[in-house]
Design a protein around this ligand. Structure first.
Ligand code: PLP
Length: 385
């Protein structure tokens, strides 16, 4: 062989003798076959080989295995963002003319995807208030194929009775999908409550270091198989580098979330007794409207706390004075963050949409990280003025 040929040939690696402790990153778009017979076996689903990374990759498979284990699911799929997970799932589940019922109190991106984009493809999206979800049989119609909901809900941390919704859907042959991003699998196991598919923005707690954008779908293998096909067509699979980073983040998921639960609980109690704070929204507080539901279905109450300081001017002044909490969107990372819902997740919403989501102009949403809780309390104290 000439030098230029040698440079591009893959080296033969003694892979059978190599047993790395951590998951290697398979940075390859394609996989090599020995024969036409091998390619045929792959195409007929009779081999464990890989063909092309948009269809699958060993690094991604390894992390999907961990995520399935975390959710108690048969299978999991990794996608390039939470939104990629949502759109891939919905395009697999719905056909033109079908109806999707969606909680009105839902992540803004989901609201826009359903209300603006998917309705252009002939899907009917019907949004229902959280109180209507207390009687889930009544929100389903003969045309409903999917019910999409979230619990705890951003930013009010209202909780929906997951088992009641899942049972009603199952009785009517409707597929239930829960966005469980705010809880993480440490605090909530929706599949064990009867939900068909769990979706996460893995950008948040699952990765936990604010440096990866990713999404997850978890559930039964036959339920996920059509979603895997749509993922191939749309090209919404995660990149292997990002999958590696997510897999590394998952190693500390349980200790991170347990610490975040404890710190958020302590902060909520501290905020509750402060007269400068008009309202504290945290499912672990006994006066939270869904405390009983949260106690039944959550192992921990999570690392998100929302406060209402009265009006927008006070919320903005509080926000601007923070020193330890950083002014940034997103959540679930090791750094404590603050955002004002009317400027981020609910930006551009009409007053009616804000009311449906339970969001006010005086709200500040806190994502509790891993800093010392005393520093966090001192920061809130000075920022409240
Ligand atoms: C509850 C929830 N679901 C879905 C998403 C979308 O996830 P991503 O930003 O990874 O696409 C977000 C993002 O903030 C979210 O908070």
């Amino acid at each position: 062989m000439k030098p230029s040929t040698k440079m591009v040939r893959r080296p033969l690696l003694p892979l059978t003798d190599v047993d790395p402790l951590t998951t290697p990153i398979f940075e390859t778009t394609s996989y090599v076959f020995d024969s036409a017979a091998q390619v045929r076996e792959y195409n007929e689903g009779r081999s464990a080989k890989y063909l092309y990374t948009r269809y699958g990759n060993p690094t991604i498979t390894a992390v999907e295995g961990k995520l399935a284990a975390a959710e108690g699911a048969e299978s999991a799929l990794l996608l390039s963002s939470g939104q990629a997970a949502t759109s891939t799932a919905l395009l697999a589940l719905l056909q033109s003319g079908d109806e999707i019922v969606c909680s009105a109190a839902i992540y803004g991106g989901t609201l826009h995807l359903l209300g603006d984009l998917l309705t252009r493809l002939g899907l009917a999206a019907r949004f229902v208030g959280i109180d209507e979800l207390r009687d889930p049989e009544r929100v389903l119609s003969d045309r409903t194929r999917v019910l999409w909901f979230e619990s705890p809900i951003n930013p009010t941390l209202r909780c929906v009775d997951i088992k009641a919704v899942a049972d009603a859907c199952r009785a009517r042959g409707v597929v239930s999908v829960l966005d469980s991003t705010f809880a993480s699998p440490v605090n909530q196991q929706p599949l064990s409550l009867g939900v068909d598919v769990v979706m996460h923005s893995a950008t948040k707690y699952l990765n936990g270091h604010s440096d990866v954008t990713a999404g997850v779908l978890a559930g039964g293998s036959s339920r996920l198989a059509p979603m895997e096909k749509v993922r191939r067509s749309l090209g919404t699979i995660l990149d292997p580098q990002a999958a590696y980073a997510l897999g590394r983040g998952l190693k500390t998921l349980v200790v991170r979330v347990e610490r975040q639960n404890a710190s958020a609980g302590a902060l909520a109690i501290w905020l509750r007794q402060d007269p400068r704070v008009h309202a504290v929204f945290y499912p672990g507080l006994a006066d939270h409207p869904d405390h009983d539901i949260a106690r039944r279905q959550m192992r921990g109450f999570g690392g998100m706390v929302c406060i209402d300081v009265g009006d927008y001017a006070r919320a903005a002044a509080f926000f601007d004075r923070l020193k330890v909490f950083q002014r940034a969107a997103s959540l679930g990372g090791v750094e404590s963050l603050c955002s004002l819902p009317v400027l981020t997740s609910q930006w551009g919403h009409s007053d009616e949409e804000l009311r449906a989501a339970g969001v006010t102009h005086g709200m500040a949403r806190l994502s509790i990280g891993l800093e010392d809780v005393e520093d966090l309390i001192a920061d809130l104290d000075q920022a409240l003025g």
